[in-house]
Design a protein. Structure first.
Length: 419
């Protein structure tokens, strides 16, 4: 089976996932906090499908909603009641959301949001942050994982096949450095259409005042501020990062949780911007084409709605407490062996970085000892914990016992790697 995967799929995988120790697994099923591979080995899962499964795998309420909708038809290329209910839910929950439009993946959502910003401003350039992740589209792949230091604001493609023109049109600056942002924005104010940012860049929190500083600059120069909330949306609370940090962008992108583990993503924001995508405006110069075969898929919509039903105040409290328990426990486990670590993350997200510095940006993460961490992560993986060594997610299905056993597994791994 594994040899076959290597022959059929580039690198033997379907995503960029790389498991610690170079292990390859073919997954058979998941339930709650657990997954099983085809060999029958069980893992506590910290990947959770890269984040959508905040309710855990195959939650009965989600499965039931999906089964009911599947029996009613899977897709219509037209508006359905489930997608209207989901749009309403987003508008009710998200401060910037006056209107919503749906697509299938987060990569599309960020591409559409940037297109709307360009159409609205008549400008081409985009400011993004070094190491900020916005998916697989060409803009998003600029300076995603540069290997050499940039001369800001010059960007570098992180994938082959990116049009050279984007080097001109994508400017990059370090996350959390408002001084650099201000300088670059002021110098390029006549050509910048958008500032796009992950409010929590990977697992790095914004320093106080950073997001508000972006808001103020964008407002002053008529630039569209886009929060990529594909990770933070409905994870840091129902108002996402914009609610958590109290800063309202012009547009925000959603994915992961809103589809409950099925393919769905969205752009939400000010109606004056969103209305540019009204197909009735076709022919106007600033009309934004926004359409796709599976857009607004009702199966994904009911899965997302069923997931959101579970996310009441008590659920968010539980998710944040679980995150703190795991991060604190891991921090202590490393400290006991005098290894300087920063266990980053907020709410139900975590990532261990072996470093003694306060990590503020991409290069701060790069300076951490990833080789040593991968070895430890491989030893944790072998004990039955599905994690990559990069960002991990927690779900409502993870029990305190799961978390404590994970901390224990790290302690064993750290010891074995310290001998
Ligand atoms: C912040 C952020 N933006 C965009 C994306 C891309 O979403 P997708 O993988 O659905 O294309 C991701 C995916 O992990 C993400 O974390």
């Amino acid at each position: 089976m594994l040899a076959n995967a290597e022959q059929l799929l580039p690198g033997g995988g379907v995503t960029s996932l790389s498991l610690p120790g170079g292990v390859r697994k073919v997954i058979a099923r998941g339930k709650g906090s657990r997954i099983w591979d085809v060999a029958g080995d069980e893992y506590v899962d910290y990947l959770l499908g890269s984040g959508p499964l905040i309710a855990g795998h195959a939650h009965p309420a989600v499965v039931d909603a999906v089964q009911r909708q599947a029996a009613l038809g899977s897709t219509f290329y037209a508006v359905t009641e489930p997608i209207l209910r989901l749009a309403q839910r987003i508008v009710d929950s998200v401060p910037c959301a006056e209107m919503v439009q749906f697509c299938t993946s987060g990569s599309e959502a960020t591409a559409y949001a940037l297109r709307i910003a360009r159409a609205a401003t008549g400008r081409d350039a985009v400011l993004k942050f070094e190491g900020g992740f916005h998916g697989a589209n060409d803009y998003a792949q600029m300076s995603l994982f540069p290997s050499v230091a940039a001369t800001y604001p010059s960007s570098q493609p992180s994938s082959g096949g990116i049009p050279h023109a984007l080097v001109e049109d994508v400017l990059v600056v370090p996350f959390n450095d408002l001084g650099q942002v201000r300088a670059v924005v002021e110098e390029n104010r006549n050509r910048l259409s958008a500032i796009i940012v992950e409010p929590v860049q990977r697992v790095i929190e914004p320093v106080p005042g950073f997001l508000q500083g972006l808001r103020d600059l964008a407002t002053r120069y008529g630039i569209v501020l886009i929060f990529d909330e594909i990770v933070t949306g409905f994870r840091l609370g129902e108002a996402g990062a914009q609610g958590y940090y109290g800063v309202k962008p012009d547009l925000a992108t959603y994915g992961k949780i809103i589809g409950g583990g099925y393919p769905l993503a969205a752009v939400a924001g000010q109606s004056t911007l969103m209305e540019l995508a009204d197909p009735g405006r076709r022919g106007k110069g600033d009309y934004v084409y926004f359409s796709g075969t599976l857009n607004g898929n009702p199966i994904a919509a009911v899965a997302g709605l069923a997931t959101m039903e579970l996310l009441d105040d008590a659920a968010y409290k539980r998710l944040f407490a679980a995150g703190e328990r795991l991060r604190g426990g891991l921090q202590d486990a490393f400290a006991r062996h005098d290894i300087a670590v920063r266990v980053l993350g907020i709410g139900p997200m975590f990532q261990v970085l072996i470093t003694d510095e306060t990590v503020r940006d991409y290069w701060g993460m790069q300076r951490a000892d990833s080789v040593r961490l991968k070895k430890i992560a491989a030893a944790v993986f072998q004990q039955g914990f599905f994690l990559s060594g990069d960002k991990g997610y927690l779900s409502l299905a993870h029990t305190d016992d799961d978390l404590d056993r994970t901390i224990q597994a790290f302690a064993v791994a750290i010891r074995s790697q310290s001998d």
